[in-house]
Ligand binder design. Structure first.
Ligand SMILES: *Cc1c(COP(=O)(O)O)cnc(C)c1O
Length: 358
């Protein structure tokens, strides 16, 4: 029996046109909220009609940025049923982020139950057009009013959902990426491996500058030496260099992506080894010059795979695979998306069915 109390809306919204969903433009009818109070723990889990949140002007989150979030999707299978992809991984990562930001963690069972119960209620909002899904955004913030920052006594967990379109409605289109040499996203010992809003605040300027120069995102280098490749935009990154599949190893300033790990595990299952190691920008640009950089792609929940067609470094554009998506990235996309949307086998038991509505 669910401990989550449900108050249904009396004013259901019309579902948007599935062909023009975009990302984060529409929200479902409800949201899920759980309160935290020190000494009591998490309490009053409830689903209520979607609406604004009450927030004290001195709420810690507004002043000191104590906020973390997650991102995962519910997928509509060809048989009409709805499934989640490795949701427990998101629950666990949110707890890791909470620990880094000194926010309260949540019992894993409650975290998973929140997601499952919410998606079960909102399942009519999971779109079915190719490449579409229901994006789930759990987030957690310090809500107590207090300008003197110290251990958090009050926090709020919220879960909202947005039907989203395909990241690449016209097929996987390679993007132009600029290697960032001035701003850094994160440093070891900082919050780089936590999924927190503050990382995005620090990263936005470089992304904007890159965009103004005709690139869609930046490739981040490590924050200490600016020597090693870390992530691309808000995704992890992988390369195929002279046959070797390489991804930066998790050194503490890189977000441990669930799609990244799933790709590594799926490829291992297929007999392909991914090298998790340090990759210097010098090695990367040398591979560009020698023509041994065969493929490059970003990897994360939103796009699954985002192929990189051009890398810019020190004012020079390096074209990868003729600016086209390579066969390795294409197959990885096909294999991962077949599991997520239930079009193929789930050899590693990653999907979680959502019960159909009673
Ligand atoms: C969320 C995120 C990723 C990708 O993680 P997934 O679990 O694969 O979606 C990568 N980098 C950053 C900075 C992120 O915030």
């Amino acid at each position: 029996m669910s401990k989550i109390q449900i108050t249904k809306t009396t004013a259901s919204k019309a579902k948007p046109d599935e062909r023009v969903l975009g990302f984060g433009k529409y929200y479902t009818d409800h949201m899920l909220i759980i309160d935290y109070t020190a000494g009591i723990g998490w309490h009053d889990a409830r689903i209520v009609p979607f609406g604004n949140l009450p927030l004290h002007p001195a709420a810690v989150v507004l002043h000191y940025g104590m906020e973390i979030f997650e991102g995962l999707k519910a997928y509509r299978r060809p048989d009409g049923k709805v499934q989640l992809f490795r949701p427990m991984e998101n629950v666990r990562r949110m707890n890791n982020s909470a620990r880094r930001l000194a926010l309260p963690t949540m019992d894993e069972e409650l975290g998973l139950e929140a997601i499952r119960t919410f998606v079960e209620l909102e399942q009519d909002w999971v779109p079915s057009a190719p490449g579409t899904s229901l994006y789930l955004r759990p987030f957690l913030y310090a809500s107590e009013p207090n300008l003197a920052l110290h251990a958090v006594h009050e926090a709020t967990y919220v879960l909202i959902a947005s039907p989203v379109g395909s990241y690449f409605p016209d097929g996987l289109k390679p993007v132009r990426i600029m290697i960032e040499n001035s701003d850094v996203r994160a440093v070891r010992g900082g919050t780089g491996e936590a999924k927190c809003g503050g990382n995005y605040a620090a990263a936005t300027r470089a992304g904007d500058v890159a965009e103004s120069k005709g690139y869609s995102q930046v490739l981040w280098l490590d924050g200490v030496e600016r020597k090693y490749v870390e992530e691309v935009g808000a995704m992890n990154v992988m390369f195929k260099i002279a046959g070797e599949i390489v991804t930066p190893k998790l050194t503490g300033s890189i977000l441990p992506g669930i799609t990244r790990r799933s790709a590594i595990e799926l490829l291992a299952h297929q007999g392909i080894t991914v090298s998790e190691r340090l990759l210097s920008v010098a090695e990367l640009t040398e591979a560009c010059e020698k023509g041994t950089l065969e493929e490059a792609w970003g990897i994360g929940t939103a796009a699954i795979i985002s192929p990189i067609g051009v890398l810019n470094y020190g004012g020079q554009d390096y074209v990868i695979n003729g600016g086209e998506i390579g066969p390795f990235a294409q197959k990885l996309y096909d294999d991962l998306s077949a599991i997520q949307w239930g079009r193929g086998e789930d050899p590693l038991g990653w999907t979680v069915p959502v019960p159909e509505k009673k």
